[in-house]
Design a protein around this ligand. Structure first.
Ligand code: NDP
Length: 337
């Protein structure tokens, strides 16, 4: 059973050398009396939160990883043997699994059955999974959007951002996104239907850039990156603007205490800024799947994935998230059904 192991806790940027590919013997039986499931992993997800699990500090996603142990994250898998009454052989499931070919997973609330298989299975790690629900909750629930409002999204071409942008367009908003390459900017404008987009790496003064794209200010900011972008956004927010503080990826590899400066604008501009963690919203998952599945089938939503092939390429795919290498949702295909 090939596995990806985290060697030790990380400081700074994650690197390939922080992870190790190892082969172990697969137990052929489940423990008697357990409710475990032995599953064959088909797809694994690379998500930025996983970086927070690689340091020996409290993270918004617990538990943190144990050095020397297999990395875990969201995955899609097929049940091989089940001790749990809700799952049987050949069921397709999604949930937290290991970065390995086969995993023994507690069959409780860590796993759920995939109901619709007429949609690519990898979508359950993105548009129909945790990032999709994040975009849905963060936009509709936390941002209180109104048609005609001006919406700005950072890391806009990624798993979450691409969906927030499309939800906002469907809602009648004016939407601008930022991303880190020309190719991503073109994707936002040409395929994902954003009104406009820019490459933040080419902008010397983000405050002036945002003024150019939003001469009348920003009503809603969907925050994915933090640092300098958030500082510039705060200067450009409208009165009573709303910020859905989803993530701050540019800060994940920094040491503690290197934060943003002009947060006091939140007060002077009466901005509502709300942090959220998607784990508090899983009860909305069934409603979300029904709604978004329909939009996918009707072709109303475009979804862009970046699929790396093979478990051995999972570490590079994960590291790539922090270098902006992924174009769309980053997943790893372990094997086909
Ligand atoms: P993405 O698919 O967007 O991948 C990450 C992207 O972030 C990269 O492609 C890169 O795009 C950008 N990025 C990386 N490093 C930096 C940096 N230093 N400065 C600016 N941009 C950077 O990831 P997701 O869509 O999965 O996640 C987006 C955000 O949402 C993350 O912050 C994540 O932690 C957060 N999140 C929060 C959840 C919650 O429950 N609150 C749940 C899910 C996600 P580019 O080329 O544009 O730089």
């Amino acid at each position: 059973n090939n596995q990806v192991i985290l060697k030790d806790y990380i400081t700074g940027m994650p690197k390939l050398s922080h992870m190790l590919l190892k082969s172990t013997k697969l137990p052929l039986q489940l423990k008697d009396g357990s409710q475990d499931v032995l599953a064959k992993n088909l797809y694994l997800s690379c998500d930025p939160y996983m970086r927070g699990c690689m340091r020996n500090l409290p993270s918004y996603f617990t538990p943190i990883f144990t050095p020397g142990s297999v990395i875990n994250g969201y995955g899609v898998a097929k049940v091989v043997i089940s001790n749990h009454p809700d799952f049987k052989e050949d069921d397709l499931v999604m949930g937290i699994t290991g970065w390995e070919e086969y995993s023994i997973i507690p069959g409780g609330n860590q796993l759920q059955k995939i109901r619709y298989t007429d949609i690519p299975l990898s979508y359950y790690l993105g548009i129909l999974g945790m990032p999709g629900l994040t975009a849905y909750v963060g936009f509709y629930d936390l941002s209180s959007p109104k048609a005609g409002e001006k919406v700005f999204i950072s890391a806009a071409s990624g798993a979450v951002g691409q969906l927030v942008g499309q939800f906002a367009k469907m809602h009648g908003c004016y939407v601008v996104g930022s991303a880190g390459s020309k190719q991503k900017v073109e994707l936002l404008k040409d395929r994902l239907g954003f009104d406009d987009a820019f490459n933040y790496k080419e902008e010397l003064d983000l405050h002036a850039t945002l003024k150019r794209y939003f001469p009348n200010g920003i009503d809603i900011y969907f925050e994915n990156v933090g640092s300098k972008m958030l500082e510039a956004v705060l200067e450009n927010m409208n009165l009573h603007g709303r910020i859905a503080a989803c993530g701050m990826i540019s800060e994940y590899n920094l040491e503690e205490g290197q934060g943003i400066r002009n947060i006091s604008r939140v007060i002077s501009k009466r901005i509502k800024i709300q942090g959220f963690i998607i784990h508090d919203y899983w009860h909305m998952y069934p409603q979300f799947v029904e709604k978004v599945r329909g939009s996918i089938k009707e072709g109303k939503i475009v979804y862009v994935e970046d699929i790396a092939d093979g478990l051995e390429n999972a570490p590079a795919a994960f590291v790539g998230l922090f270098e902006g290498k992924n174009i769309g949702k980053q997943v790893v295909r372990i094997c086909d059904e």
